[in-house]
Write a protein that binds this ligand. Structure first.
Ligand SMILES: C[S@@+](CC[C@H](N)C(=O)[O-])C[C@H]1O[C@@H](n2cnc3c(N)ncnc32)[C@H](O)[C@@H]1O
Length: 272
């Protein structure tokens, strides 16, 4: 007879396979103390994406030294903004850029800023490169990397003006919460790279994760909630949600969440 544990393991495997993970590959936990916040999905590209990848990846995707695995970042990696962008300008970092909708949209609006998109999913990066070329923007570069490692090993202290984490994978089952990106340890990593006065914008359509994000960041000594004390109600005596930021374009991901009846919660924190 199946025990509850066996049943839970089977459900877990089914969910990971549905998300595209190769469950026969060595578990990432073997290499990393912190479980990954992502599963590897297929890397196959459509003809249009392949063309964009071939044309722009050599010049726009960072050539990073790897440790173990092709999304890792080795210690001692060097970030030379001048060399990468041909100038030094305020730097905006998007973690988990998906198909690149938000970053390309904003990069076109604010050509005077530099944008670094971090993503592990190859088809998503190829789509970003396609959008970037169609929009004619020059100020976006992409790192195909596991974000916590990039924060630790590539970006110098006080090097980033703004960080975005929009719709990170919610890992909604309790036993997967350890895979969530936003945690006190992740906030420490962001705090190191963000300049004093720098902004961290977050959004999620998963209400329970939004509450966790607010709890973690309200408690963090290096961040101040830009909307502390706002929007307090009987049901929500803490408040502190940010209004939807006009610079955040509606992505296909957010649109689907909206169609399913889940509205986005926004949060904005200032680095002390
Ligand atoms: C739910 S999608 C949202 C994408 C996009 N931000 C949007 O709003 O449409 C989350 C993205 O984060 C990426 N991701 C998850 N963990 C990551 C990590 N540790 N490093 C880099 N990217 C990650 C996933 O590959 C996925 O594309």
């Amino acid at each position: 007879m199946e025990t509850n544990k066996q049943k839970a393991d089977l459900e877990d495997k089914a969910q990971r396979v549905a998300a595209g993970e190769d469950i026969h590959a060595p578990a990432p936990e073997i290499f990393h103390r912190q479980p990954y916040s992502f599963v590897r999905r297929g890397d196959r590209l459509t003809a249009r994406r392949q063309k964009a990848w071939d044309a722009y990846a050599p010049s726009h995707v960072l050539d990073l030294p790897r440790a173990i695995g092709d999304t890792s970042v080795a210690e001692g990696a060097v970030f030379d903004q001048e060399k990468l962008y041909g100038r030094t300008a305020p730097l905006v970092l998007e973690i988990g850029s998906g198909l690149g909708e938000a970053v390309v949209h904003r990069a076109a609006q604010v050509p005077e800023n530099d944008f670094l998109a971090v993503e592990v999913y190859t088809p998503g990066i190829a789509d970003l490169l396609l959008k970037m070329s169609q929009a004619g923007v020059e100020n976006v570069r992409v790192a195909q990397a596991n974000a916590p490692e990039l924060l630790d090993h590539l970006l110098p202290e006080n090097s980033v003006d703004e960080v975005w984490v929009f719709f990170p994978d919610p890992w909604h089952k309790a036993r997967h919460h350890k895979r969530r990106l936003v945690s006190p340890g992740f906030a420490d990593k962001i705090a190191r790279v963000l300049k004093p006065g720098g902004i961290w914008r977050l959004a999620t359509d998963w209400e329970e994760y939004a509450l966790v994000m607010r709890e973690v960041l309200d408690a963090h000594p290096d961040f101040t909630n830009a909307h502390a004390g706002e929007g307090i109600t009987d049901e929500d005596p803490i408040g502190g949600w940010a209004p939807r930021w006009e610079g955040r374009t509606l992505t296909s991901f957010e649109r689907k969440a909206g169609d399913a009846g889940r509205r986005a919660h926004d949060l904005t924190y200032i680095r002390n």
